[in-house]
Design a protein around this ligand. Structure first.
Ligand SMILES: [Zn+2]
Length: 293
């Protein structure tokens, strides 16, 4: 398996070695094998992250406010993205008439494929119109445990495997012992090595006000939270930790366009930007947040 290597500025840190699935889709070595690899971060996920940042965040104790600006942006993004996918499906207007006209053998051969395509399209519609709004309602409703936002810490660390003694590694590389963590110490549902990231690795760990510690995993041109909610609900576009991260970026880097899409390091070592990139640069360059029509 080919990997892509990023050398940190801090010479005490190991390189960040990424698998093909953690590259930009335009990279010649990019590869995501559906079924065996973790799912790609979908374009809609990047757009939602961006909408929250552009709207100034989406997390507050006030649940009775009118529809927050971020949700208005997201609603428009969901409709636009769903509509933009129409071109991937053939037109089925008058499908029943059309199948009746075909010879019986051909109808029999074609019908299951058309029905399957219709089902895929219906599932996609359900995702954009029901599941994603429900996902966002759920995480907004449970995100109280992550407030106030500044109580969540983004920690730049070196993640080592179970055979490596963190204290010995820290000593050997002139690092603070608090900045070297065994991956088994993380609360991640999926560990960095299970994502194909070579250990030791310089990664960003979120130490959340709720008491959990999750490494952000570099994947398809951004990072994804390793928590159970995000990793087990494949239809979920965001977890409360990513919501907190987006809301944090919305307020932390006003005026600094580059830093707006890259998570900060509050404490710890200076890990590469790639391990902190929260929004795909391609999506950031092409998506504009707009209110509902
Ligand atoms: Zn999470």
């Amino acid at each position: 398996m080919s990997t892509h290597q990023i050398t940190p500025t801090d010479e005490h840190l190991p390189p960040l070695e990424l698998p093909p699935g953690a590259l930009d889709a335009s990279h010649p070595d990019y590869e995501n094998t559906t079924g065996s690899d973790p799912p790609e971060i979908e374009p809609i996920e990047h757009r939602i992250r961006l909408d929250i940042i552009e709207a100034g965040g989406l997390l507050s104790h006030d649940t009775h406010a009118p529809t927050p600006l971020a949700r208005q942006y997201i609603q428009r993004t969901l409709v636009d993205t769903y509509e933009s996918e129409h071109r991937f499906f053939p037109s089925y207007d008058r499908l029943d008439d059309f199948l009746d006209e075909a010879p019986a053998f051909l109808t029999g051969e074609l019908e299951p494929h058309y029905r399957e395509l219709e089902q895929i399209r219906a599932d996609r519609r359900k995702w954009y119109t029901e599941l994603i709004p429900k996902n966002l309602d759920t995480i907004q409703g449970t995100a109280d445990s992550l407030l106030p936002l500044h109580a969540n810490t983004f920690h730049g660390v070196v993640i080592v495997d179970g055979n490596t003694d963190p204290i010995g590694y820290a000593d050997g590389h002139d690092l603070d012992v608090d900045d070297v963590i065994r991956e088994a110490q993380l609360d991640n549902h999926i560990l960095p090595s299970e994502y194909g990231i070579t250990l030791p690795a310089p990664l960003l760990v979120g130490e959340f006000a709720s008491g959990s510690t999750y490494a952000f995993l570099p994947w398809s041109d951004a990072v994804v939270c390793g928590c159970p909610y995000k990793q087990t609900n494949k239809w979920a576009v965001m977890c409360k930790h990513e919501l907190a991260a987006a809301s944090c970026l919305a307020t932390a880097h006003e005026g600094d366009v580059d830093a707006k899409y890259v998570l900060p390091i509050d404490v710890g070592v200076d890990i590469p930007q790639r391990a902190r990139r929260f929004v795909s640069p391609t999506v950031a360059a092409t998506h504009t947040s707009r209110k509902q029509r």
